[in-house]
Design a binder for this molecule. Structure first.
Ligand SMILES: *Cc1c(COP(=O)(O)O)cnc(C)c1O
Length: 417
């Protein structure tokens, strides 16, 4: 059967052997999945989800009980006072943008304490010139780099003592970088340190790719507001688009007023028939995230056996679903990504090539044979064509399809040798 997919005996053996060595690590992933599933089920029951919530509104979308209850379910699961869960967010970046524009005012200062943020935020902040950036509205920006993959605690505290910062951004997932992603332990520690010197600064977390990887959420440790995409973890591969913002009610309300209209906020926003998909996606999300994690762990193990450097290592504690593979040359990176595409259910015949994507500085190659355009909870692999030529792989709706995709990618990489 594998031969029909063009996968050789030696690849099958390599994967089977690796899988056996990962049993106990996979068990840990399943335990987290158990608890997160329990949380989801409890939130559905506590909010009395029923058929009525699958209904749809059009136009202004007043009185959409499905939408309003979905937001309560998300808030419960994320440990938030309130949540805004909307398909009017066109991406995670859009939700982050709404959050920043919603909370910051002219002359306020935004401080990133995880170094330079994700590529698509550069024009939002004004790190790269844009006439509509936060900077163009007089919002100041500064950043403090991580040191040895951890926060620069002393520098952060000193900065906060000497400057009036309105909002701190913490980006947990690594984006296109080689740093480690930020575990909840580190989030907790840095928030404790920040609160020693500044009780008021707002702490916003870019939580993309991190939901359900661990049991707790950053809100439990004192973050004020968190943001993520529904075509990543919490959408479970079913939500057709959208994103969420969750946290303190007064802050979420400010974001709602920015997303829609001052004076209307979260009261408007038609759901156009997606309520059931959002709920069903959330219901699947714990096990989809577990499948994505197992796919990442298997990839790390296999790729290391082949002599490449993987980060995180197969047995390292994970904060997100992203797996870095360091290829050191563009050709291997491109072949691997093309192999992921070949192993996909959609557009498997297409061959991705590097291109100038809007929002990104370098050329980027993106493999995504996904049901939902741009969905990266589905198996996907991408990377900017710049040194050290790293593939960023994430997703896998089921472990079995994730494994097959990675097998095909490894085969394509080896065929090229
Ligand atoms: C995916 C991601 C985003 C948002 O990306 P979109 O493609 O706009 O949804 C933001 N920050 C990080 C760290 C991400 O991984």
């Amino acid at each position: 059967m594998y031969k029909e997919l063009g996968i050789d005996e030696n690849i099958i053996n390599l994967f089977e052997e690796s899988e056996k060595e990962l049993e106990s690590i996979f068990n840990e992933v399943d335990k987290t999945c158990d608890i997160n599933s329990l949380k989801v089920l409890k939130a559905f029951q506590d909010n009395k989800i029923s058929d009525a919530h699958f209904g749809s509104t059009t136009g202004y979308g007043y009185g959409d009980i499905g939408r309003d209850t979905i937001e309560k379910v998300f808030a419960n699961i994320l440990g938030a006072e309130s949540a805004l869960v909307r398909s009017q967010f066109i991406s995670g970046t859009h939700a982050l943008t709404v959050c920043l524009f919603g909370l910051l005012r002219p002359n306020d200062e935004l401080l990133s304490i995880t170094g330079t943020p994700y590529d698509t935020l550069h024009e939002v902040i004004g790190i790269k010139e844009n006439a509509s950036s936060l900077k163009s509205f007089g919002i100041k920006y500064s950043e403090i780099d991580l040191v040895n993959d951890d926060f620069d605690y002393e520098k952060i505290k000193e900065y906060l003592i000497n400057n009036k910062v309105k909002l701190i951004e913490i980006q947990r997932s690594k984006g296109y970088s080689t740093r480690k992603s930020i575990t909840l332990d580190k989030v907790r520690k840095v928030i404790e340190e920040i609160r020693l010197v500044d009780k008021d600064v707002l702490i916003m977390i870019d939580n993309c790719y991190c939901e359900f990887v661990e049991v707790d959420t950053p809100l439990k440790y004192g973050a004020d507001i968190i943001v993520g995409s529904l075509i990543k973890n919490l959408g479970g591969g079913i939500a057709p688009n959208g994103a969420y913002i969750a946290g303190k009610t007064n802050l979420v309300d400010l974001c709602a007023e920015r997303l829609t209209v001052p004076g209307e906020g979260a009261e408007v926003g038609p759901t156009l028939g997606i309520n059931k998909s959002i709920l069903q996606g959330l219901f699947f999300a714990p096990s989809v995230v577990a499948s994505a994690l197992k796919t990442a762990i298997l990839t790390s193990k296999v790729i290391e056996k082949l002599g490449y450097v993987a980060s995180p290592k197969f047995n390292e504690k994970r904060a997100d679903i992203v797996q870095n593979i360091c290829f050191s040359n563009s050709e291997d990176l491109i072949k691997y990504c093309q192999g992921i595409q070949m192993g996909s259910p959609i557009d498997s015949y297409a061959i991705p090539t590097p291109w100038d994507m809007p929002g990104y500085t370098d050329q980027v190659i993106m493999a995504a044979g996904a049901f939902t355009q741009g969905s990266s909870i589905e198996l996907s692999c991408d990377g900017p064509i710049r040194e050290p030529f790293i593939a960023y792989q994430q997703g896998g709706l089921t472990y079995q399809y994730g494994k097959l995709g990675v097998m095909k990618a490894v085969q394509n990489l080896i065929n090229n040798k």
